[in-house]
Design a protein. Structure first.
Length: 174
């Protein structure tokens, strides 16, 4: 399912996500509310998820997603614009199964999320099975980017860690 714009009709899209939950394997969601996040979070067959928040609706009261009652099957995740607490809880729940993670964040040293992340190694710790991590940037300093990539590589030594801009990584679509 592609381009589910939750904020355009929240109740309708929540019902759509709930009804599709048992069978959905790929999903791209824009601007979810907490209910939408919870519906997506518990989808048992979901393998690929692109989760983007561009409106900041979750910033005031960032939802923290609960632990899953089952092992996650999510293998591929692209996430951007979620508050740090929500992103952290998403990675805690799904990180052990993830093979590919695209993370939208800047490389500002010590910067506030999402311009930077002062505890990047801790954020990535649940993702020990990752084979590939790609940082998506809007703009950044190459030196700060290299430093951040070094931290990520130390946290995930078996993982290929890249910056979409510096490494000219092609955008992966569904």
């Amino acid at each position: 399912m592609n381009n589910v714009f939750c904020s355009s009709d929240p109740a309708w899209f929540l019902e759509l996500l709930r009804s599709a939950s048992p069978s959905l394997e790929e999903l791209r969601v824009w601007n979810p509310g907490e209910g939408h996040l919870l519906a997506v979070h518990g989808m048992p067959r979901l393998r690929r998820l692109d989760l983007q928040c561009t409106e900041g609706d979750l910033d005031e009261a960032p939802p923290v997603l609960p632990a899953l009652p089952h092992r996650s099957g999510l293998q591929w995740l692209r996430v951007g614009g979620l508050p740090l607490a929500t992103t952290r809880s998403l990675l805690l729940a799904h990180g052990p199964a993830l093979e590919v993670l695209w993370l939208d964040m800047g490389a500002v040293p010590g910067g506030e999320w999402p311009e930077g992340c002062s505890d990047l190694a801790a954020l990535l710790a649940p993702c020990a099975a990752l084979a590939r991590l790609v940082f998506r940037r809007h703009d950044h300093d190459r030196g700060a980017c290299r430093d951040q990539l070094t931290v990520a590589r130390a946290a995930l030594p078996a993982c290929t860690v890249q910056c979409q801009q510096c490494d000219r990584v092609a955008y992966e679509d569904f």
